[in-house]
Design a protein around this ligand. Structure first.
Ligand code: C2E
Ligand code: CA
Ligand code: CA
Length: 756
């Protein structure tokens, strides 16, 4: 089974989120840039169009002005020509008086001056003409005006324009000279070539009646319409134009014609005859080509934007795939395909954040003796088992719960439960599911899941702390709680913390001599004299004060520090005996407690012997107390027997401590050759009980027969003491005589008075 690499999850996660955030930001930025480019483009195009429209209007205006000026010149020339002819006609009539002469004169001049016909109309209605003409011109308005002495102009339907001036002799009008120009003549003039043949001009009177229009009159019929219609948005411009025309002012404006085409209309009053030249040009006459380029440019820009957007989309897609892959790597346990610890922590955080305290319970599941599966069936089978368990867990959790493999054979569950009984029954059901495969096996192999649970009463805690609490609960199971769910309680953590502190203080204290040896006397019942002492360690820490063995011995037993402490105590005891001997004081057996941990070291007794020798301790003075429990360890029995023999050889006495605290058996006494048996204080809690008396008496008798001393421990009351006398127990250790005392005090109270 492969172990999963530890991951720096939170950092990885924040990194990923940061990248996601960054990509979103860049996406928004890109969209903003595209919108800005589009807006700029549209704005630019509109400005360009406005500029082009302005240019077009200026151009049309310029050309139309030129045309109007040409027309004006032309019309002025007609008038001047007619005035000169009038003078000649008067003279010819005066000189020759012949009508034929006038007619031939008119005929000649008409050809020269490009008139269709020239005629003289007399007051009496007679007409002398360069050629035969149809109709009666006498009544035409222009002719009538000329008979009044003014220059006139008239339109002859289907023929053309009649220009007329009065023939004046001796200050009175004697006739009218008329010049006919056909329409084509004028039409040629008003067909400008400047607008690539797209423009159209016409001459109208100030009321908008068309006087002369090009051959194709269709657009002008529609133009007529715009004067009549009053609803278009251009109506304002048209009114303005009508007013301007009456005031002999020119102007220009753009409008949309009835057929939807955009046009530019310029109007220029001519100097003669109250006529106005209208020029109508499609507004795209200039911009048509430019607009082509604009459209092309817009298309190119749009294409570029689309291309960029497509490239970005492709990149985004690639990035997303990459992100998903990273997510898989970061959150999926490669071994089982389920969630890993990072995924669990993330999910937990989400679940806990959204719920009130006490909604969820985080459970750690340890697969008991998993390494045996690896050892017995191979790591592949181990991997398969883990995958199988993971699948079972995934099926067992609901949508608002989570399951993951954290490491090796450790799984986490986040259950939406708070009731310990419900949690226990769910875990029991889970364990049954996991072991369902055994139903078909002839030799079942049970997988024991050891759950430790923390009901999350403080969801604000880091998920790792929450997981640690489930771990602490799991670790704190007792031997009889094998597959049972152990729930976390705050005392676990406090104890752990305390243990951690004490461990940290150990080394310093050992060097500083904070560990002190206290001595508690063992007293002969019959006379109260000293029969021996037991050395008991005290930890007198300068900051933390007195610490008792129950607080640190079990801890140091767990981590092996106890061996060094025992050597320290042993040496202190040797030092004291050495001093007593040197001072000529009375010597007596001193017992020292030995942890079972020492028996892993085959050389341990030799080491003790070395120390004893260094302080020249006589044989038989040092006693080693071994707790009852080490005698039960089947694997060690032979070793212990061997060690006891060795102790005797090296000159140590050996006692069996705490006899009766556990499952004591009288067989032990026979099996092991101990010098003393220390009866645990529990024997004497109720000395009035008959059974106690029987048992203690039997032990004492048996011990005596085996040649071992009996020491009664923890004797506090005179009743207990009286009882001991009745059962024949002679040596007593207990508060009734003395508590464990510091060396100086012990010497003062127990040795000085007993000095040899
Ligand atoms: P133990 O070896 O059974 O030591 C006897 C314990 O009973 C001592 O507790 C002692 O103070 C206590 N005691 C003596 N008379 C009375 C009494 O009349 N009433 C009551 N209630 N208690 C009495 P202490 O000193 O706290 O030691 C506890 C245990 O710690 C010892 O039990 C021993 O197993 C262990 N221990 C103490 N010192 C050492 C040591 O240096 N090395 C090792 N390995 N273990 C030690
Ligand atoms: Ca002891
Ligand atoms: Ca004891």
């Amino acid at each position: 089974m492969r172990k999963q690499e530890g991951r720096d999850f939170p950092r990885e996660k924040s990194d990923t989120l940061w990248r996601l955030f960054r990509s979103k930001k860049s996406l928004i930025l890109l969209a903003a840039v595209i919108v800005a480019v589009c807006v700029l483009l549209i704005w630019n195009t509109l400005s360009l169009q406005r500029a082009i429209t302005h240019r077009t209007e200026m151009y049309v205006n310029g050309v139309a002005l030129q045309l109007a000026s040409d027309l004006d010149n032309r019309l002025t020339k007609v008038t001047v020509d007619l005035e000169m002819l009038a003078d000649s006609v008067i003279r010819i009539e005066e000189d020759q008086g012949q009508e034929t002469a006038v007619c031939s004169f008119l005929e000649r001049k008409a050809a020269i001056l490009d008139f269709t016909a020239l005629a003289v109309i007399k007051e009496n209605g007679d007409m002398l003409c360069s050629q035969e003409v149809k109709g009666d011109w006498h009544e035409l308005p222009g002719i009538t005006a000329s008979f009044q002495g003014e220059n006139g102009v008239s339109f002859v339907e289907g023929r053309g324009i009649l220009y007329s001036i009065p023939l004046i002799r001796e200050d009175s009008v004697v006739g009218v000279l008329v010049g006919l120009r056909d329409e084509e003549n004028m039409q040629r003039l008003i067909q400008p070539e400047s607008f690539y043949g797209q423009g159209l001009s016409c001459i109208v009177d100030t009321n908008g009646n068309v006087l002369i229009s090009p051959t194709d009159v269709r657009p002008f019929m529609e133009l007529d319409d715009i004067f009549r219609e009053g609803e278009s948005s251009d109506v304002q411009d048209i009114r303005q134009m009508q007013e301007n025309m009456k005031r002999q002012e020119n102007g220009i404006f753009s409008f949309t014609a009835v057929d939807g085409s955009d046009l530019v209309l310029s109007y220029h009053p001519l100097r003669t005859y109250d006529w106005v030249l209208l020029t109508l040009v499609p507004s795209d006459v200039i911009s048509a080509e430019v607009e082509g380029f604009i459209t092309q440019t817009v298309c190119i820009v749009v294409a570029v934007i689309v291309l960029f957007a497509a490239i970005f989309a492709a990149f985004f897609q690639i990035y997303r795939n990459h992100f998903r892959q990273m997510e898989r790597v970061a959150f999926v346990d490669p071994l089982t395909g389920g969630g890993n610890n990072a995924a669990f922590q993330l999910r937990c955080r989400q679940l806990l954040a959204a719920a009130p305290p006490g909604t969820f319970t985080v459970v750690l599941l340890n697969v008991k003796d998993f390494k045996l599966i690896n050892e017995n069936f191979g790591s592949e089978e181990g991997d398969r088992t883990l995958t199988y368990i993971m699948n079972c867990l995934n099926k067992a959790v609901g949508p608002e719960e989570a399951a993951a493999r954290a490491d090796a054979d450790l799984f986490f569950l986040c259950l939406k439960e708070k009731d310990p009984e419900t949690i226990r029954s769910r875990l029991k059901a889970l364990s049954e599911t996991v072991n369902a495969f055994n139903r078909t096996l002839s030799t079942p192999y049970y997988l024991i899941l050891q759950p430790g649970a923390y009901i999350v009463d403080d969801p604000a805690l880091e998920v790792t702390v929450i997981q640690d609490r489930a771990k602490t609960a799991c670790r704190n199971r007792t031997a009889d709680q094998d597959g049972e769910c152990v729930f976390y309680d705050a005392a676990f953590t406090q104890r752990l913390q305390k243990e951690r502190d004490l461990n940290a203080l150990f080394e310093g204290s050992l060097e500083n001599g904070d560990f002190q040896v206290y001595l508690q006397p063992k007293v002969w019942v019959e006379n109260g004299s000293l029969g021996g002492v037991e050395a008991l360690v005290r930890w007198n820490h300068p900051r933390r004060g007195m610490i008792y063995p129950s607080d640190f011995i079990p801890l140091f037993e767990k981590n092996g520090k106890i061996c060094r402490l025992d050597f320290y105590v042993f040496e202190e005891v040797c030092r004291a005996i050495h001093r007593w001997a040197r001072n000529g004081m009375r010597l007596f057996p001193v017992s020292v407690n030995l942890s079972r941990q020492h028996f892993d070291d085959p050389e341990v007794l030799l080491k003790f012997k070395d120390i004893a020798d260094r302080y020249e301790i006589p044989a038989g003075l040092l006693e080693l107390e071994l707790t009852e429990s080490i005698f039960f360890d089947d694997q060690r029995i032979e070793n212990v027997k061997h060690q006891i023999r060795k102790m005797h050889r090296l000159g140590f006495r050996c006692s069996l401590d705490d006899f009766g605290a556990g499952y004591s058996s009288l067989g032990l006494l026979m099996e092991f050759d101990v010098d003393a048996v220390k009866l645990d204080r529990r024997f004497f809690l109720d000395v009035s009980r008959e059974k106690t008396q029987v048992v203690v008496r039997s032990i004492v008798e048996l011990a005596e027969k085996l040649g071992a001393d009996i020491v009664a421990e923890g004797i506090e009351t005179p009743e207990q003491l009286a009882f001991l006398k009745t059962v024949g127990c002679r040596l007593v250790q207990g508060y009734i005589f003395s508590k464990p005392l510091p060396l100086p005090e012990f010497e003062e109270r127990w040795i000085s008075r007993d000095k040899k």
